[in-house]
Design a protein around this ligand. Structure first.
Ligand code: CP
Length: 352
């Protein structure tokens, strides 16, 4: 069995094959229309979604399969106090593959420990969103043509933006990729992403979007994630930090690609939508095809194929992340590896 929890669960070669498969599906959809006949996907969305949930649904239906699930935690027995583990254990008895979104970081790891079928992380809190990254990479391949030797500006909420964390970890594996990280200081990239994935000299952190634009091959805009702020007054203060407009693109390269995982609030003005460099709606459209390729790959994997570090219990050690699944899920072991929580990757602290 094969899960997709973190984009790094896939090698560069596997990502290339998924992109090749997605391109073939786009050109020849009829060849794939019965590939999943009789198969069922569980779509467990404990948090709102438009693109991810509906593109997974469309992907499974386009492969001839069916989908069951829920689109809010309140319509499942979670509302009665059921754990993530028990919910997934049950749904895995009714389905062949599960795509799951959860507000707690590391919830898909808990799911993968008990599931009888492959688990796909469709977004866990402010942590990771690997299938958005597959969509982003497919878009970059189609619009830019390469992953190496590019300057990628990532702008907005780099602290809570899970798509940002997964995209950085994926692109950092290629030669000559330079990141310009554009955010208010309060929403800078978390230390665990920096220390795990970013090499000294391969990135800069700036606050000014317009100054950064002329050097970029890709500008990846993101929404300020209001739902993740503990302090709503801080959200109000930061929510309009960046608004990309047509006039701000005056110094941009003619070959720039403007991406956004969506949904947008106001960080890209609608007057940018008609710019030929704006690719975010194509990006969302490609999500259906790359998810079809992913479903086919995971369902085709026989035996156990999961080399994830399991971690160990450490006396008096605790995860410092209040959004980690280990804080709320009953009955799971608190596990650590190299001083980090294995569920959310954030630093752990040893109490004396
Ligand atoms: N990009 C993305 O995850 O969008 P949704 O929240 O609508 O699924």
């Amino acid at each position: 069995m094969r899960n997709l929890i973190n984009i790094l669960d896939l090698s560069i070669g596997e990502i290339d094959s998924l992109i090749e498969c997605a391109s073939d599906i786009m050109e020849n959809p009829e060849r794939y229309s019965s590939e999943c006949r009789g198969r069922i996907m569980g779509a467990l969305f404990f948090e709102p979604s438009t693109r991810t949930r509906l593109s997974f649904t469309s992907a499974m239906m386009s492969l001839g399969g069916s989908v069951l699930g829920f689109d809010q935690a309140g319509s499942s027995s979670v509302a009665k106090g059921e754990t993530v583990a028990d919910t997934v254990r049950m749904v895995s008895a009714y389905t062949d593959i599960i795509a799951m979104r959860h507000p707690k970081e590391g919830a898909p790891i808990v799911a993968s420990e008990v599931s009888e079928v492959p688990i796909i992380n469709a977004g866990d809190g402010g942590h990771f969103h690997p299938t958005q990254t597959l969509t982003d990479l497919f878009t970059i391949k189609k619009k830019v043509g390469r992953f190496d030797n590019i300057t990628v500006g990532i702008c907005g909420d780099l602290k809570y933006g899970r798509t940002v964390h997964s995209l950085i970890s994926a692109l950092a594996r290629y030669e000559g990729v330079r990141f310009v990280l554009i955010s208010p200081r309060e929403l800078a990239i978390p230390d665990y992403v920096k220390s795990e994935f970013l090499r000294e000299g391969a990135y800069s952190e700036v606050c000014d979007l317009e100054e950064a634009i002329p050097s970029l091959d890709i500008l990846y805009m993101t929404r300020i994630q209001g739902e993740r702020f503990e302090d709503k007054a801080e959200y109000e203060r930061l929510k309009d930090s960046y608004i990309l407009s047509h006039s701000k693109l005056a110094g941009a390269k003619p070959t720039l690609s403007i991406l956004h995982p969506l949904p947008r609030v106001n960080e890209i003005d609608v007057d940018v939508d008609s710019d030929p460099r704006a690719h975010y709606f194509d990006q969302a459209r490609y999500g259906r095809y790359i998810r079809m390729a992913l479903i086919l790959k995971l369902l085709a994997t026989k035996g156990v194929d999961d080399n994830r570090a399991r971690g160990e219990t450490v006396p008096n050690m605790r995860c410092t992340n209040p959004h980690c699944i280990s804080k709320t899920e009953r009955g799971i072991k608190k596990l650590f590896s190299d001083g980090k929580c294995i569920y959310c990757d954030q630093s752990a602290k040893k109490d004396s």
